[in-house]
Design a protein around this ligand. Structure first.
Ligand SMILES: [Fe+2]
Ligand SMILES: [Fe+2]
Length: 307
């Protein structure tokens, strides 16, 4: 029988401490204010924003907008994680450290966005007000589901920041550096949650299989409370920054293989059903990605003929 949430939390405490210490042994200290060339900024009253201030593809602009608003939504992510972090448990100390690190992402991104003028500041602030007023973030039902979800989410966020950085104009060294620093933090967060989930699999494989299966079938990039989120998500995917293809190849496949979900032994009946579902969902995603790639390959030649 699957163990209760309290058992897993209790038994995983030494692993939380081990991984938290590993995280702290390799500190990433960087200062948001040192990353920006403040003298390059201009007053928005004297020089109103225009898309010509920073010319870039729509999908890249959408990605900066969505990624920054997602970082802005941090208070609610912290709230969601603390809901599964009892007082006195080391996961609470980790959560405060994590929150402190995440907090600098929105700060430095916004500084860069305003100085470089890569995003319409009015649209950005309108989006922030709408999104934050909702307090909308995923609320995984159990600790097991939470650590599975955050593993996927941190990896997805890392990929999204990294790929956005690579699409910035070559001469925007500040922007590339800022997104690189953020992606570096996300990598460390991902490693913490990925390895914590691996440790949880060793403690209670059946409960974790059920939790992971549930999260994979419902996983979506954060940002559903952002105005016109679907439109932005389509543009971001079309630009090749983050979409179902990246979710499959860069998130799902490496993580599930590291957790070795296909070969785990000693599962309960319920967990075996969950594993079958998980394998099926992954296969369906792979089919969709292949179909989309095929469609894109068919569309490209006809588009080039029409021009
Ligand atoms: Fe972040
Ligand atoms: Fe993160």
């Amino acid at each position: 029988m699957a163990k209760s949430r309290v058992d897993l939390l209790e038994e995983i405490a030494p692993d939380v401490e081990r991984l938290y210490n590993r995280h702290m042994d390799a500190p990433r200290l960087w200062y948001p204010h040192e990353q920006i060339r403040w003298g390059e900024g201009e007053d928005f009253g004297a020089h109103p924003w225009s898309p010509y201030d920073y010319q870039i593809a729509d999908g890249v602009r959408s990605s900066i907008y969505v990624n920054l608003l997602t970082e802005d939504n941090l208070p609610y992510y912290t709230d969601s994680i603390l809901a599964h972090s009892p007082v006195g448990h080391p996961i609470r100390d980790w959560t405060f450290q994590w929150t402190m690190e995440e907090n600098r992402h929105a700060m430095v991104m916004r500084d860069w966005v305003h100085i470089s003028r890569c995003i319409d500041p009015t649209l950005l602030e309108d989006g922030r007000r709408v999104q934050m007023q909702k307090g909308e973030v995923p609320r995984p039902a159990t600790f097991a589901e939470l650590i599975a979800y955050v593993s996927f989410q941190e990896r997805a966020t890392q990929i999204a920041h990294r790929n956005t950085g690579s699409k910035l104009p070559k001469d925007d060294k500040i922007g590339r550096n800022v997104l690189g620093l953020i992606a570096g933090d996300e990598t460390k967060h991902y490693l913490f949650y990925r390895d914590l989930t691996l440790a949880a699999f060793a403690i209670d494989p059946s409960a974790m299989m059920i939790a992971v299966s549930r999260q994979v079938s419902t996983f979506a990039m954060p940002g559903t409370g952002i105005p016109s989120f679907t439109r932005h998500a389509v543009r971001i995917a079309k630009e090749g920054i983050y979409g179902l293809g990246q979710y499959l190849s860069d998130v799902l496949t490496p993580i599930l293989s590291l957790w070795d979900v296909e070969h785990l032994k000693g599962l309960t009946k319920e967990a075996e059903v969950a594993r079958t579902e998980l394998v099926n969902v992954k296969a369906k995603i792979a089919e969709t990605v292949e179909r989309m790639a095929h469609k894109a390959a068919l569309i490209k030649p006809s588009l080039s003929r029409s021009h």
